[in-house]
Design a protein around this ligand. Structure first.
Ligand code: PMP
Length: 419
């Protein structure tokens, strides 16, 4: 109509440019096609399901209770009465937000106690907490290295590590998964060409369920004068005699790792990330790390939950033992049933690599119909052709439930292979 400005689409056509509406992005259309293809075979959509309560060894979806292998509540601490009680007290005292960066809005004793407790648990000089595990990696890597530097990371590195590299502007090279020979090669040919080289590994790899060979990586980082960052998202609380992670598992000197990173969202039953290391380094980060200085501090509720969880893990080591027992039982039964569990070992993560996405989805769907929840994982989270189901054990699973789950899984994998 006369007098009305042209629509963004008409304007874009007139100027011969792409439309400025996200709705019209080709990647949005592509995403919608992928989404539709997931359920095209009649399977139920396996993501974003609504759960009715705390997910531990079981979960309620709709009006049915399922055996769950789909949460990182490894030690069953999310939902623990002592943790809930600590959160109630924190909210009563401090409210629901710290309302600004801690540099401006000031500290709460609770957060200071949490960071001390985490530093003690990790065996490092000091520790800093941030509101997201993902954001912790992004800002830490973005801050530590820049355009004159190189990051060498495991080929299976988590997205947050890759995002941190992109932000930093540093060069980046992946080394073959858990292959210290390949890491050695990359260090040898690149070390002298860069100001700093940062090696980033994960304590436990969440897609494959295997541990880093930390002593080998430490030997290399020392030999080549590189920095080392270990992401313990899945290994803290779960690995080592007392759940203190791969540092404890391998008995390494904690100061041989420059930066111990982890999340509060898994074993620690909260939400957030941490960075631990020398007191001098942490003091510098506290005053300069952009994702810390320019972002709000942990909520009192999240700080209280993580503090109570840290204390509970230290006071009740039987949780870590029960988790290890369940993980070993599941992995042993799965291997005995001939299921393809890849390189999984010494972690509570057991993948069953089925290869084909349609088959993986079908098995996940059949398991769900029989009361077992396990996440199907496809490309791009894993390589094309390596689709898998992932099972996360918890300390809360009962032996007969683990046996039943593996039996049902073996039946359904065999049935899917016959189709
Ligand atoms: N690092 C790794 C290795 C992870 O697996 C994850 C999340 N699964 C994160 C970082 C991010 O942690 P969060 O979910 O607590 O933000």
């Amino acid at each position: 109509a006369p007098g009305r400005p042209p629509s963004p689409r008409a304007r874009a056509a007139e100027w011969g440019i792409a439309t400025a509406s996200v709705d019209d992005f080709p990647e949005v259309a592509l995403f919608e096609e992928r989404l539709a293809s997931i359920t095209a075979g009649g399977a139920e959509f396996p993501y974003f399901r609504v759960h009715e309560g705390t997910i531990r060894d079981t979960t309620v979806i709709g009006d049915r209770s399922y055996l769950s292998f789909g949460s990182y509540n490894y030690l069953g601490i999310s939902g623990h009465p002592a943790v809930n009680e600590a959160v109630h007290r924190a909210v009563e005292r401090y409210g629901t937000s710290v309302s600004a960066s801690r540099a401006l809005s000031g500290e709460r004793e609770l957060t200071i106690r949490l960071e001390r407790a985490l530093a003690g648990f990790l065996g490092v000089g000091d520790c800093l907490t941030l509101v997201s595990g993902h954001a912790t990696n992004v800002t830490a890597i973005g801050h530590l290295v820049g355009a004159e530097d190189l990051v060498l990371h495991d080929a299976l590195a988590h997205d947050s590590i890759l995002q941190g590299c992109a932000l930093s502007g540093a060069a980046r090279r992946p080394f073959a998964h858990n292959d210290s020979g390949d890491l050695e090669h990359l260090l040898r040919i690149n070390r002298s060409r860069f100001r700093r080289v940062l090696v980033v590994v994960e304590g436990a790899y969440s897609m494959d369920g295997d541990l880093v060979d930390l002593p080998a990586v430490i030997e290399l980082k020392k030999r080549y004068g590189a920095l080392l960052m270990v992401d313990e998202a899945h290994s803290i609380g779960t690995v080592g005699e007392h759940g203190r992670g791969v540092g404890e598992f391998f008995g390494v000197d904690r100061s041989d790792v420059d930066l111990w990173m982890g999340t509060l969202s898994k074993s620690f039953a909260s939400c957030g990330g941490y960075l631990g290391g020398s007191a001098r380094m942490v003091r510098w980060l506290r005053h300069t790390l952009p994702g810390f200085v320019y972002s709000v501090g942990l909520t009192p509720a999240n700080a209280a939950a993580a503090l109570a969880a840290t204390e509970l893990i230290a006071a009740e080591p039987h949780r870590v033992r029960a988790l290890r027992r369940n993980a070993e039982l599941f992995l042993g039964l799965a291997a005995a049933a001939g299921l393809p569990t890849g390189s999984s070992a010494d972690t509570p993560i057991v993948p069953v690599v089925l290869g084909d996405s349609a088959r993986t989805l079908r098995v996940a769907d059949r398991l769900f119909a029989r009361g077992v929840v396990a996440d199907p994982i496809f490309h791009p989270a894993v390589e094309e052709g390596l689709s898998r189901l992932r099972f996360f054990l918890t300390s809360e699973h009962r032996e007969d439930d683990v046996r039943r789950a593996v039996a049902v899984l073996a039946e359904e994998v065999a049935a899917a292979a016959r189709l």
